[in-house]
Design a protein around this ligand. Structure first.
Ligand SMILES: Nc1ncnc2c1ncn2[C@@H]1O[C@H](COP(=O)(O)OP(=O)(O)OP(=O)(O)O)[C@@H](O)[C@H]1O
Length: 243
């Protein structure tokens, strides 16, 4: 499903945090949101799922304006801070989310098994989450976002605290989902991950500084190093975009 954001503005306590951002994300692409801490990546993701309203501008999934309750079932969201229940087991958490998504028990038990294997948590699925490590909680949170086979996935720093082997496995899965036509938006500052994305959106102080294929953005750098994308973002920053 294509996503289009037009002239999105958002302030908190009169401080502009997202400044006149317009972005078009086609189906079947993986888009990375890149930017330093506090740039506005999480806020943009929260706007894109309709969790918070825009002050100005609009966001559409296909033709449908968001927020839209019916669309929620088509969206998978993995927040930066795990939204999982410590007292429930891994399976318990996923069953809870499956019920929330309106999945039928006979359908979701097999799917829970699939996503637990995907994130390598099958063996620990019966343990209460309070006994999980930080990385395990992240993986469970990712499993919850994938559970209902959403058309659009928004993942806020999904691989922080995840070891390189599993991180690679997760990217393999994300690419498979992309090949199925899913739209995937990932915020990250892991440089190696940027090359996994089709396009990168450079967010700097609430502005969309650059949005292009990773290879085109790299060609703008002198050293052809991904790290330079951040410096590029700082260099490109002009005056404040009007809202
Ligand atoms: N609910 C809120 N109320 C007030 N200010 C907020 C709120 N959410 C975010 N902000 C502010 O908006 C700015 C952007 O924050 P945001 O979390 O979107 O950045 P980020 O790029 O995701 O950062 P990080 O990489 O550290 O997660 C920050 O200055 C932050 O303090």
């Amino acid at each position: 499903m294509d996503i289009t954001g037009r002239n999105i503005c958002k302030s908190f306590h009169h401080k502009p945090v997202i400044k006149n951002v317009s972005i078009s994300i086609p189906s079947g692409e993986i888009i990375c949101l890149l930017g330093p801490s506090g740039a506005g990546k999480t806020t943009l993701i929260r706007l894109l799922i309709g969790a918070i309203p825009t002050d100005e501008g609009e966001i559409r999934y296909g033709q449908t304006l968001i927020p839209n309750l019916a669309l929620l079932k088509k969206i998978g969201f993995m927040p930066q801070n795990d939204a999982i229940y410590e007292d429930l087991s891994g399976t318990g958490n996923l069953s809870f989310f499956a019920e929330l998504y309106g999945m039928r028990k006979k359908d979701y038990m097999g799917r829970i098994d699939e996503v637990l294997r995907l994130v390598d948590l099958k063996e620990d699925s019966g343990k209460p989450v309070r006994e999980y490590s930080g990385g395990m909680k992240k993986r469970l949170s990712l499993a919850a976002a994938l559970l209902h086979e959403p058309e659009v996935l928004l993942l806020d720093e999904p691989t922080v605290g995840i070891d390189p082997v599993l991180r690679k496995a997760i990217w393999v899965q994300l690419k498979k989902l992309k090949e199925q036509g899913k739209t995937i938006i990932v915020s990250t500052h892991v440089m190696d991950e940027v090359t996994e994305c089709d396009k990168a959106a450079l967010i700097y102080q609430g502005q969309l500084i650059q949005y292009d294929t990773v290879s085109n953005l790299l060609s703008l750098t002198k050293s052809n190093k991904i790290e330079e994308l951040f410096f590029l973002a700082a260099d490109k920053k002009g005056g404040d975009a009007a809202c």
